[in-house]
Each structure stands twice: as structure tokens, then as C-alpha cells.
Design a protein around this ligand. Structure first.
Ligand SMILES: CC(C)(COP(=O)(O)OP(=O)(O)OC[C@H]1O[C@@H](n2cnc3c(N)ncnc32)[C@H](O)[C@@H]1OP(=O)(O)O)[C@@H](O)C(=O)NCCC(=O)NCCS
Length: 183
């Protein structure tokens, strides 16, 4: 278990899969992700088997939030494309349950996952890609210290138009400097 201020990150269990199916079938959630088709439980189960057999450090983690004395599963996040020679990785996040958007859980998850990346996995750089229309996500990434590094012009066709994909990144030293301010 990895604990943040408002969230905890834990291993994904088979019982979590129906919730993922529900979230990936929500068009508004899918819009921020690189999925454009509805998803079945069978596909989720196949994905789950793949992650179980993959690199442990790259296994996505479930995001739980605390409500009263209960933990509620609201999404997932993780690091992937980990490159140990260059000490870098890419990051992904989804709060799938929309009732929990705009409550600070995404920011706390990002902060916690970056701590894990830099202080446990000993990475030096974490990057991500985000669609320009996903202003909520961009706000969160900027808040936790990501910088805009590049723009893939008209990279995605969605909802009848092309849009740019932004590449953002943060270095370990930048994160440490922000952490000093946070403490
Ligand atoms: C992106 C995501 C992780 C953000 O999580 P979250 O818990 O909603 O984020 P937070 O509550 O920490 O912060 C959201 C901030 O964006 C702001 N925001 C919301 N909509 C916005 C918009 N259209 N434009 C600008 N800012 C916006 C909120 O006001 C909030 O800022 P504040 O705390 O200063 O008020 C979550 O919405 C999500 O998972 N979406 C679906 C999947 C997805 O898009 N993943 C990212 C793929 S790159």
C-alpha cells in the first residue's frame, strides 16, 4: 500500500474489473483517454492477465479514497515504459468515478505516484501525454510540477475534429524542490 494525504494506492484485484468496465464505458471518461470504443469485461480480464504476467513495477495501481471508515475504489494510475538505463518512465492516471472529480484526489494521486517514482523506483524523469482539450488534467499536471515539453500537432481525431497532444515532463530535482515547499 502506498499512502497519500487523501488517497491510497494498492494492487488491482480481479473483483475491481467490473468497475473498470463501467468507467471505460463512460464517454466522458474515455474522452480523456486513448480509448474510443466501449469495452467488455472479457477484454478487461485479458488486460488483467497481461499485467499480472508483466513487469511488477509497471503494474497499474488502484486508487482508493477514504470516506468515513471505508476505502472506495475510484480509479487507477501507474508508470509504464520504465527505462532503467535512462531512469525514466511514462505515467497514466484515471479517476473513473466522475462523482469524485474536482475534489483534489487526482492531484494527491499524482503527487503520491511521483514520490513513488522518484523515491522508491529511483527514476530521474517522468513524462506523460495529454490531449489539449483535457484542461482538468493539464491543471493537475501543472500543479504537481509538470512542464510543457512539446506538442504533437493534430495528433488525435475525436468528436469530429483534430486536436493536439501535449507532452509534459518532470525531473526528480524539480519534484524535490516542490516537495521542500510542500513540507
Ligand atoms: C484528469 C483527472 C485525473 C483529474 O482528477 P481530479 O481528481 O478531478 O483532479 P483535482 O480535483 O485534483 O484537480 C482538478 C482541477 O482542475 C480544475 N478544472 C476542472 N475542470 C476544468 C477545466 N475545464 N479547465 C480548467 N480547469 C479545470 C478543477 O477546478 C481543479 O482545480 P482546483 O483544485 O484549483 O479547483 C480526472 O478528472 C480523470 O481521471 N479524468 C478522466 C481520465 C483522464 O482524463 N485521465 C487523464 C489522461 S491524460
Amino acid at each position: 500500500m502506498i499512502h497519500g494525504k487523501k488517497i491510497r494506492l494498492r494492487a488491482i484485484e480481479r473483483e475491481d474489473l467490473p468497475r473498470f468496465v463501467e468507467w471505460f464505458n463512460d464517454e466522458e471518461v474515455r474522452q480523456g483517454l486513448n480509448f474510443f470504443l466501449p469495452m467488455s469485461l472479457a477484454e478487461e480480464e485479458r488486460w488483467f492477465e497481461r499485467i499480472l504476467n508483466g513487469d511488477a513495477a509497471e503494474r497499474p495501481l488502484a486508487i482508493d479514497i477514504r470516506e468515513g471508515d471505508q476505502w472506495i475504489h475510484v480509479g487507477s494510475c501507474g508508470l509504464f515504459s520504465i527505462n532503467s538505463r535512462d531512469r525514466k518512465a511514462e505515467l497514466g492516471i484515471m479517476i473513473g468515478d466522475k462523482r469524485y472529480w474536482n475534489k483534489g484526489y487526482g492531484s494527491d494521486t499524482m503527487w503520491t505516484l511521483l514520490g513513488h517514482a522518484f523515491e522508491t523506483l529511483n527514476l530521474n524523469r517522468v513524462s506523460l501525454q495529454v490531449f489539449e482539450s483535457n484542461q482538468r488534467a493539464i491543471k493537475v499536471y501543472e500543479r504537481v510540477g509538470f512542464k510543457l515539453e512539446g506538442r504533437l500537432r493534430e495528433d488525435r481525431f475525436s468528436q469530429g475534429r483534430f486536436e493536439d497532444t501535449l507532452i509534459m515532463g518532470i525531473l526528480c530535482d524539480e519534484w524535490k524542490a516542490l516537495k521542500e515547499v510542500e513540507i
